[in-house]
Design a protein around this ligand. Structure first.
Ligand code: YXS
Length: 259
């Protein structure tokens, strides 16, 4: 059964998460359906893409499907991980992608929302970065994403506390472009999308790619990159990583030992 629905109207594509039972987790199935839909929508005249959950959702997306996280010894967020793949495709799509946020956003879904170009949320929106809650070593591009958008100290607070950031402070920290009342959320989002469809798609596409290249222009020497990967390996090889996943699946708090 499909876990998303797709629509194209007046040059605006919409992908709606439709797996409320499992809180719109970014499973491989969800990612595959998103990638297929984006490909199909691009065959039409799509100038903007809106990514959203069903109206009234309490959870926009609960993030990576924990059942699909590799067990210790393998990188949980490698280059070819389905979630990491969809983040790259949203970031490199040559049209603006608007995340319309109603409900809570967790873990890798925060990175998906932040991979979008514009985030418009209502007061039920919240953002929670969960790697430390599960013992996951986040990846370099993901961390850079948060640093670029909210600055180093806010990023550290989100990663270290693994506590949800509610809509108002999230908007203050730059996670939301606009915070609107829920009854205006759709209207505000599609009004902005419509305005964008009237502008030059070539100019917009080039500016989006220029900003992506400039924002990720951080020279990292090979030795530094290898050090980072080595540090991440100590985490995904750890007992804590195994404990984090096990505790989640057993629906109990994890007991981390630092080993
Ligand atoms: O037990 P059933 O089969 O009914 O399924 C439950 C949950 O197990 C399932 N579910 C998930 N399954 C796999 N992966 C998930 N991330 C996930 N989240 C939820 O959905 C069914 C309903 O969940 P339930 O009963 O907890 O719903 P709720 O309304 O009481 O609570 C909603 C949430 C979102 C507050 C709660 O489900 C939750 O805290 N979920 C986990 C959020 C989270 O920690 N996500 C991070 C995943 S790891 C990830 O994204 C990256 C690897 S990282 O951590 O590095 O950022």
């Amino acid at each position: 059964m499909a876990v998303i629905t797709t629509q194209l109207q007046d040059d605006i594509g919409t992908i709606t998460f439709n797996n409320p039972e499992h809180r719109n987790i970014l499973s491989k199935q969800m990612v595959d359906e998103i990638m297929q839909s984006v490909g199909a929508l691009q065959k039409g005249r799509m100038r903007v893409l809106v990514i959203r959950a069903l109206k009234g959702s309490k959870v926009w997306s609960a993030g990576h499907d924990v059942h699909e996280l590799p067990l210790p010894g393998r990188d949980p967020l490698s280059y070819n991980d389905p979630l990491v793949t969809v983040l790259r495709s949203v970031q490199s799509l040559p049209i603006p992608v608007i995340a319309m946020i109603e409900g809570s956003v967790w873990g890798g879904a925060c990175d998906l929302a932040l991979s979008c170009d514009i985030l418009i949320g209502c007061h039920s929106a919240s953002f929670c970065m969960t790697p430390a809650k599960i013992g996951v070593p986040y990846n370099v591009s993901g961390i850079l994403h948060f640093m670029n958008i909210m600055g180093v100290n806010f990023a550290k607070e989100m990663f270290f506390t693994a506590e949800p950031l509610s809509a108002e402070p999230a908007a203050k920290a730059g996670l939301l472009n606009h915070l609107v009342d829920v009854e205006n959320l759709e209207g505000f989002t599609y009004d902005m999308a419509t305005k964008i469809t009237r502008n030059s798609p070539l100019s917009i596409g080039v500016i989006k790619e220029q900003i992506r290249l400039l924002a990720s222009a951080h020279p990292l020497s090979p030795i530094t990159f290898e050090r980072v990967q080595g540090l991440r390996r100590t985490v995904y090889d750890s007992k804590d990583y195994a404990e984090g996943i096990k505790a989640f699946l057993e629906k109990r708090p994890p007991s981390f030992t630092g080993e």
